[in-house]
Ligand binder design. Structure first.
Ligand code: RFL
Ligand code: PHB
Length: 393
């Protein structure tokens, strides 16, 4: 098999990249370890920045999203049992975010890609990447656990294979420049069949810890509570989860609407950046290169931002024989990455309870929240980051 660009991973980074390249006549092959059903059934992110939805329209991928998704003009921050509306649209000249689940985005991108005749090999696990430091890189992959090793020869390899994929590790460890912060808490996330409780997302900081009230549709709600990252989900009965959600989101004159929980799980929270996003002809994109805690709703959006920069650079290489944009990919992408890391860290530390922090630091976070409530510039900074910063180029 041969392709101009070999892409590992059919997540948001890999699929958006394939579409962006196809638009300018560059052909790619995506290798995806999981089955199509698994990819389309994994529940993750929910919030799209304004420019991501515009990009979906531009690529002809936005029809169902425009029909089914909900635009949110603001978010609610809650602390000391009181709610404060952050008017995202009012603070950002009318911009809004869109709540449209990641797996629905992937369903739309996969369907369109296959209709175009684009290649996605499901059930194909990349095992190694060789020759990235020369002119003839190659991905070795297996179809299924017992399949023979097969090569995908390509001009460039893009590892869009998430945090645990083999792409980043194909860069020699001694050359990788990495930064990491682990948080002493995780998120317990649920999906419940229940009506909407509030007209926008609520991010609540309460004595017992953080809670987030999000949504998926009029009758399916997505909610999270801060928990011990190594806790066992078996310790969390549905009654205990609803009890915590009700107490952390409690507010005078309001009741949380409950219903049957049909999915629950615990994820750890981390911040991570591998600044070495290029090794010869291998490029990292999305979670393969960086992770943010989900409090800022940035992970998926940042994955798409990487491949917007990378697609332009690959276009310049293939169409105008220019190498400089490819060589500048990491530094250009990292400017946005670090701003998203900063924002996600700010939202996370401001909104969670952390036993390892001093009472002084806790007071600082409450002051941060009060600043957003009382100061238009502070609120605008939050809103601009949440809705999606403009691209520099
Ligand atoms: P993905 O989505 O992990 O996709 C990588 C793909 O690569 C495949 N793969 C391989 N394929 C072939 N060979 C191998 N050896 C392979 N190894 C791996 C995997 O099967 C997979 O299909 O990475 P990508 O494309 O970089 O996208 C990143 C986003 O998925 C992620 O950042 C977001 O989900 C993060 N996130 C959120 N982001 C937002 O922008 N807004 C949100 O509201 C938001 N909420 C969230 C989130 C992530 C969460 N979890 C579960 C971590 C909420 C949660 C709870
Ligand atoms: C979600 O709906 O899954 C969601 C929303 C906002 C976040 C994180 C996750 O910050």
């Amino acid at each position: 098999m041969r392709a101009q660009v070999g892409i590992i991973g059919a997540g948001p980074a890999g699929l958006f990249l394939a579409h962006l390249l196809h638009r300018v006549g560059i052909e790619s092959v995506i290798l995806e370890a999981r089955s199509r059903a698994e990819v389309e059934g994994t529940v993750r992110a929910g919030v799209l920045e304004h420019w991501v939805t515009d990009l979906m329209d531009e690529l002809g991928l936005g029809t169902r999203m425009r029909r089914e998704a909900h635009q949110h003009d603001g978010i609610t921050l809650q602390w000391n049992g009181e709610r404060h509306h952050v008017d995202i649209a009012g603070l950002t000249s009318g911009r809004h975010v869109t709540v449209y689940p990641q797996h629905e985005v992937l369903i739309d991108l996969i369907e369109a890609r296959l209709k175009q005749g684009g290649a996605i090999v499901f059930g194909a696990s990349a095992v190694s990447i060789t020759g990235a430091d020369g002119d003839t890189p190659r991905i070795e992959f297996r179809r299924g656990p017992d399949g023979a090793l097969e090569p995908l020869h390509c001009d460039y390899v893009v590892a869009a294979d998430g945090f645990h994929g083999p792409g980043r590790r194909a860069i020699p460890e001694a050359m990788r420049c990495e930064y990491q912060k682990l948080y002493p808490f995780g998120w317990l996330g649920i999906l419940a069949r229940a009506p909407l409780s509030w007209h926008e997302l609520i991010y609540a900081n309460q004595n017992a810890g953080f809670a987030l009230c999000s949504t998926r549709s009029a009758d399916v709600q997505r909610m999270y509570i801060q928990c011990d990252p190594v806790d066992d989900i078996a310790n969390w009965s549905d009654d205990r989860i609803w009890g915590e959600l009700c107490s952390r989101l409690a507010c005078d004159g309001w009741t949380l609407k409950e219903g049957p929980i049909f999915q629950k799980g615990i994820i750890p929270l981390r911040s991570f950046v591998c600044e070495t996003m290029q090794f010869g002809r291998l490029f990292l994109a999305g979670d393969a290169a960086h992770i943010v805690p989900p409090t800022g709703a940035k992970g998926l959006n940042l994955a798409v931002a990487d491949v917007v920069v990378l697609a332009r650079a690959l276009e310049a290489r293939f169409k105008s024989n220019r190498q400089d944009l490819l060589d500048g990919y990491a530094s250009r992408a990292l400017r946005r990455v670090w701003k998203a890391e900063r924002f996600s860290w700010y939202m996370t530390t401001m909104l969670h309870r952390n036993d390892q922090e001093s009472a002084f630091e806790h007071r600082i976070h409450l002051a941060d929240l009060d600043l957003v409530r009382t100061n238009r510039s502070a609120a605008a900074a939050l809103a601009e980051n949440y809705v999606g910063l403009p691209f520099e180029d």
